[in-house]
Design a protein around this ligand. Structure first.
Ligand code: DSN
Length: 412
């Protein structure tokens, strides 16, 4: 970025500091990842210069012929990746993808049914602080209080009682396999649509590492930047019968001009995800999460639901007598980035919390495997069990930086 360095030193320095943070530390935020150089190049390309409201072949602006080609490729590659009948790649984010489905198929005041935020759900699934919780009537299911996994019988009972228009499945902090078929059957039984938000596990679903929702639930929404390893953005997949309504809800319903540089980078990401190596990568994400979970359990820490089937772990810090915020801060000082997270039956605010969410997609992208996960798990356990020990934090920080430096973000 030598040109930026010469024209805007302040911003160049900020980006460089963030680069150093990423290089020297371990990114264990479950919803984050590292994109490829090719995705970075497409994101930073001149495709950002263009307005392209509308869809390929039917735009409101001239000069869109190459943008049509890029968007068609993005749509076709996404359809191929998931075996979807229809794909819309224009949503700016996962929340906007969800908004478009609601806008297309639910009237104000109708009932949306979803998982509670504190149990692992997402803001855009009907939280009272999101428009979704204010424009719709919301019924929310919880996990089984004993096993901390989904209780499909309870979901069905709630669906029969609440008569939702849309049932949402999919979560932001659920470490276990989701039975999308069971959700679809429950929805069909009460005449509802079923929307799977697979944002966190899209890469796992695309590669068969987790059962897919595409072709199973009525709608699938996702982000493209988590386990899919693409640019930050959203997408929707559905059957051909709903294609027109979904496209109309995204544009002009929810958004104006699509972010064409992002859509171009999505096309690059989907092509990368079609390669066999992407399946190996997603398998490794899960193997890494299991190795990390086992290490934490071996250190007598409690994990929500007792472990993980996917890319993330939810650590309950109640027994340690510390908050998620305290743990996030201490680990951050040791160059280990995680996020505080609510746990089932949370008693603290979302700014404090009793838990930590830990994910393996980004460290797996750097080439780390089970042995490194065991080291990371041992570091995390030592710090959360001795939170005020500044000498330990300092020593760990040095060891973390040493290990991180052997796994470059972008090897030459
Ligand atoms: N905020 C994202 C996450 O961290 O899970 C979901 O949108």
């Amino acid at each position: 970025m030598s040109y930026l360095a010469s024209t805007d030193r302040e911003i160049f320095d900020i980006i460089d500091k963030e680069r150093q943070r990423q290089v020297n530390g371990l990114e264990l935020i479950a919803s984050e990842n590292l994109v490829s150089r090719a995705v970075l190049e497409a994101m930073g390309s001149i495709m950002t210069n263009k307005y392209a409201e509308g869809y390929p072949g039917k735009r409101y602006y001239g000069g869109c012929e190459f943008h049509d080609m890029a968007e068609n490729l993005a749509r076709d590659r996404l359809k191929k990746l998931f075996g979807a009948e229809h794909a819309n790649v224009q949503p700016h984010s996962g929340t906007q993808a969800n908004m478009a489905v609601y806008f297309a198929f639910m009237k104000l005041g109708e009932t949306l049914m979803s998982m509670k935020l504190t149990q692992g759900g997402h803001l855009s699934h009907g939280s009272p602080v999101s428009f979704t919780g204010q424009f719709y009537r919301v019924a929310q299911y919880s996990l089984d209080p004993e096993t901390e996994v989904l209780d499909y019988g309870a979901v069905e009972e709630m669906a029969r009682k609440e008569k939702p228009k849309i049932i949402v499945c999919g979560a932001s902090a659920y470490p276990r396999t989701i039975d999308f078929k069971a959700f679809q059957e429950i929805a069909e039984g009460v005449g509802a649509y079923c929307m799977a938000d697979i944002a966190h596990i899209a890469g796992l679903c695309a590669t068969g590492v987790h059962p897919t929702s595409v072709g199973v639930t009525t709608f699938t929404t996702t982000t493209t930047h988590k386990t899919l390893r693409g640019p930050r953005g959203g997408a929707i997949m559905c059957g051909a019968e709903h294609a027109q309504a979904i496209d109309k809800a995204v544009f002009p319903g929810m958004q104006g001009g699509p972010l064409m540089h992002t859509i171009t980078a999505k096309a690059v990401c989907f092509q990368e995800a079609l390669r066999p190596s992407f399946t190996d990568y997603n398998r490794q994400i899960v193997k890494n999460a299991r190795a990390l979970a086992e290490t934490l359990l071996d250190n007598n820490l409690r994990l929500v639901s007792g472990g993980t089937d996917n890319h993330l772990i939810l650590l309950d810090l109640t027994a340690q007598g510390i908050t998620g915020l305290e743990a996030e801060t201490a680990l951050g000082k040791a160059c280990i980035t995680v996020n505080k997270n609510t746990i089932p039956n949370e008693t603290k605010s979302p700014f404090i919390t009793s838990g930590l969410r830990i994910g393996t997609p980004a460290v797996t992208s750097r080439g780390m495997k089970e042995a490194e996960m065991r080291r990371i798990g041992t570091w995390i356990a030592a710090i959360v069990k001795d939170i005020g020990n500044e000498a330990l934090i300092k020593k760990t920080g040095k060891e973390v930086q040493e290990m991180a430096s052997t796994y470059p973000l972008y090897p030459e």
